[in-house]
Design a binder for this molecule. Structure first.
Ligand code: NAD
Length: 508
């Protein structure tokens, strides 16, 4: 089309955007690690890997930086995060575009990801004046008991390709106001956004004027470099976002050295559609959360339970929505579904659809679409399943929605919870009993449970994360900051006797 003819290649556009964001040209030809765009699979740059020695040196610099940064008053640390927020506001268009070019998100979602970074910076700046503990009643006369929260140490951050910049900011904004350096190992599939965010951080640090060297570091590499962070005793906390397979390796290694972990792993998110639901609203909520981001959100809707009484009338409407959605170059107006991250993700989608067919499923859509070069473009798939089989219980990181029927809410809640993952869930209903049952102790077992909203698209004010094989970590809002600090309980005796707790006597 005329539209595509005048558009620059993703690689040319990405290089221009990187330059505007302050990434040095030399960094783009520094080594052998190839950075590609999922839009056409073509090479954008060749980056230099961080060597194991360089990674350990970065941890050493972070350890030194920690000795200074922990003594900087928290609101002054917050001033740095405010400056990062300023840099992000100024760079929003370019960084959002880079997310589109490197992760394949449509522009509204690329910009949304940067907005989420700005939001968490605002949140953390306020938090920098609210890192408070409790004063607790003591049983002893002339005593006072309180808790104090102290900085923890260098925080390792390992991130996935699908939120290439936001997840760094969720961790970094909190870690920095809490007094900790941050060492980031982004996904090997999205290194360019890592370079761009690091350039923005460095500008903010320079403007701040009191930031120790080594406060933020970027490690470029694969799993081996991530493992250095995981195994180094100087790193007391690692926040790792990615597949459950990754968490299964990382979690026990951290536990083995008594380090803390925040694990944000795979999801297998569901929605329950009840007869009383506003079906128009439900249709939009389901379509966005199942097809948005080409099914590559950890919170993507993957399982839909439709009540028997509305199943046959609702399904054709959903099929029509699936058939109408435009798949293509995400830079093109009207496109809602861009490419999968790479051809391996496409292969996994095809394998999952074959398994679903073999288990009695009827697949609508899901076919490959030729758009540009080697880009892995697929129409989202809607799969009618007779029941929740093994493939339905498995997270396939692609736009596949399995649709099943239910007769009553208890049965639907039981099926929803009957998967290994526990990230996000939702119910569409206008019946207050259904809604409250779903949110109750015997309802959804997930870290996120919504009413009349799909499972995806959380805002940063709440704690984000999930249960079971999703890993149990919480990030972003609420009191998630506490994971980035160590708590001390302090008891002070301002009297002249020494009463012991529990009435113990010890007369010498
Ligand atoms: P992935 O597990 O392949 O990689 C994630 C990161 O872990 C990468 O940086 C990778 O290099 C690193 N890594 C892998 N093995 C490691 C090891 N043994 N030691 C140290 N680091 C290691 O995941 P992906 O394909 O990039 O992302 C998709 C997955 O991430 C999906 O399962 C999705 O649900 C999940 N995810 C979860 C959340 C959440 O908040 N729960 C958010 C985004 C993505």
């Amino acid at each position: 089309t005329r539209d595509t003819a005048i558009r620059p290649t993703p690689a040319d556009e990405a290089r221009a955007v990187l330059k505007r964001l302050g990434v040095a040209d030399a960094a783009l030809t520094a080594g052998d690690r190839i950075a590609r765009s999922p839009l056409d699979g073509a090479e954008i740059a060749r980056l230099a890997d961080t060597s194991p020695d360089e990674a350990r040196a970065a941890i050493g610099r972070a350890t030194d930086a920690f000795a200074r940064w922990r003594l900087v008053p928290a609101p002054e640390r917050g001033r740095l995060v405010a400056l990062i927020g300023d840099e992000l506001r100024a760079a929003k268009e370019d960084l959002g575009r880079l997310v589109t070019l490197e992760a394949g998100k449509v522009p509204a979602e690329g910009l949304g990801e940067v907005q989420e970074m700005i939001d968490i910076c605002d949140f953390a700046v306020g938090l920098s004046r609210q890192l408070h503990g409790l004063t607790i009643a003591t049983e002893r006369t002339d005593h006072r008991m309180m808790e104090t929260w102290h900085p923890l140490g260098p925080v390792g951050v390992i991130t996935a390709f699908n939120f290439p910049v936001a997840v760094w900011s969720w961790n970094a904004a909190l870690a920095l106001v809490c007094g900790n350096p941050v060492i980031w190992k982004p996904s090997e599939k999205t290194l360019l956004t890592g370079l761009a965010v690091t350039a923005l951080f460095e500008r903010a640090a320079k403007r701040h004027g009191n930031v120790p060297d080594g406060l933020a570091a970027l490690l470029i590499g694969g799993r081996d470099i991530g493992e250095i962070l995981v195994d180094d005793p100087r790193v007391p906390l690692v926040s790792a976002t990615g597949s459950t397979a990754m968490g299964r390796m990382v979690g026990p290694r951290l536990a083995g050295r008594f380090a803390r972990s925040i694990l944000e792993l795979g999801g297998n998110n569901a929605a329950i559609l009840q007869p009383s639901a506003d079906l128009e609203l439900a249709l939009r909520g389901i379509a966005f959360s199942a097809m948005g981001t080409a099914g590559q959100r950890c919170t993507t809707l993957r399982r839909l339970f439709i009540h028997d009484s509305i199943h046959d009338s609702f399904l054709p409407r959903l099929k029509a929505a699936y058939a109408s959605v435009k798949v293509g170059d995400p830079r093109e107006a009207g496109v809602l579904v861009g490419p999968l991250i790479d051809s391996a993700a496409g292969d996994a989608m095809e394998r999952a659809l074959a398994a679903a067919r073999a288990a009695g499923g009827t697949v609508h859509g899901g076919n490959k679409v030729e758009v540009m070069g080697q880009g892995a473009y697929y129409r989202p798939a809607l799969v009618e399943m007779p029941r929740q089989t093994d493939i339905v219980r498995h997270e396939t990181f692609a736009p596949i929605l399995y649709v099943m029927r239910h007769h009553d809410l208890a049965e639907a809640i039981a099926a929803q919870n009957d998967v290994p993952q526990g990230l996000a869930s939702s119910i569409f209903t206008n019946d207050i009993r259904d809604a409250e049952r779903f949110l109750s102790a015997s309802g959804s077992d997930c870290g996120i449970a919504n009413v009349n909203i799909g499972p995806s698209g959380a805002e940063i004010g709440g704690a984000f994360g999930g249960e079971k094989e999703t890993g149990g970590g919480r990030e972003a809002g609420s009191d998630a900051w506490k994971a980035y600090m160590r708590r001390a309980t302090n008891t002070i005796n301002y009297g002249s006797t020494l009463p012991l707790a529990q009435g113990v006597t010890f007369d010498i």
